[in-house]
Design a protein around this ligand. Structure first.
Ligand code: ADP
Ligand code: UDP
Length: 235
């Protein structure tokens, strides 16, 4: 597998073309951003934790019948993935109120929700990733009704698997964001990443935050939190 030209540099990862037109290589950086890029910093070692953890989780998803973009980890920070057309949605599940949900609906952070919620944001930095509903998504053609049904089904499955997995290492899965992509033959598969950048993870006993909120909210011990998740997963 040969790494070719840089296709895209995002806030957390670089995406490279390869000598196989169906495959990309993603390279995880230590750069951290929050509030749509308004807060910037570095979390030393984050790229390694996120690459390894994301690959680990993607493989668990595959075992549970959820198709993903994962192909092969080739270094600490680099992974070969299937090239997809990203569905321009941030797909968010919440089990416990936190962050923008708490603010928007006035629900105290930490309250267990009566049912898991599913919400979508349109992936558009210039618009600040606005919340969008099913009708709006199909109206603007961001996804079809059938694609959205697949996305919702797969996302609830991801939640069940992730929640159970983290519970086994004494971590509460508060909420998370995932992205899906479309393969050339039209299949919807899980793409992007699953990491402490994209999940809220709390120690189940102390409720200590073990995720990017430590960076967003200047709570300190950011690197240590990422390392702790890494360690608990046995990575
Ligand atoms: P952002 O674009 O939000 O700054 P990243 O730094 O994580 O995010 O950049 C990675 C980019 O690659 C994202 O836009 C993501 O949607 C995209 N991506 C993730 N997985 C794939 C894939 N398998 N094929 C194509 N693009 C992908
Ligand atoms: N999230 C993410 N990328 C984003 C926005 C949110 O990965 O651009 C994740 C975030 O880490 C959390 C969940 O989605 O696990 C819900 O985030 P929320 O809407 O509460 O937003 P925030 O508090 O980050 O503004």
């Amino acid at each position: 597998m040969e790494k070719k030209e840089l296709l895209y540099e995002g806030k957390a990862k670089k995406v490279y073309k390869t000598d196989d037109e169906n495959l990309y290589i993603v390279d995880y950086k230590d750069d951290a951003t929050a509030f749509n890029g308004k807060k910037k910093g570095q979390i030393s070692g984050k790229g390694i934790v996120n690459n390894r953890m994301s690959n680990f989780m993607m493989q668990i998803m595959e075992k549970h019948g959820i198709p993903t973009h994962f192909v092969k980890e080739i270094s600490d920070r680099e992974t070969v993935v299937k090239k997809v057309t990203i569905v321009p949605l941030e797909v968010i599940i919440r089990n416990i109120a936190a962050g923008s949900f708490s603010k928007r609906f006035g629900v105290e952070e930490g309250k267990t929700l009566l049912n898991p919620t599913l919400e979508y944001c349109l992936k558009d930095d210039a618009l600040d990733d606005p919340m969008i509903n099913d009708y709006q998504i199909t109206a603007i053609g961001a996804a079809t009704k059938e694609e959205l049904e697949t996305i919702a089904d797969l996302t609830f499955k991801v939640n069940d698997v992730l929640k159970a997995y983290f519970a086994g290492v004494n971590i509460e899965l508060v909420d998370f964001k995932i992205e899906f992509g479309k393969t050339p033959d039209g299949q919807i598969i899980l793409a992007d990443e699953i990491s402490p950048d994209t999940c809220r993870l709390w120690d189940a006993t102390t409720h200590e935050k073990l995720d990017k909120d430590r960076f967003r909210r200047d709570l300190g011990n950011v690197e240590e939190a990422y390392e702790e998740v890494f360690k608990r997963l046995g990575l």
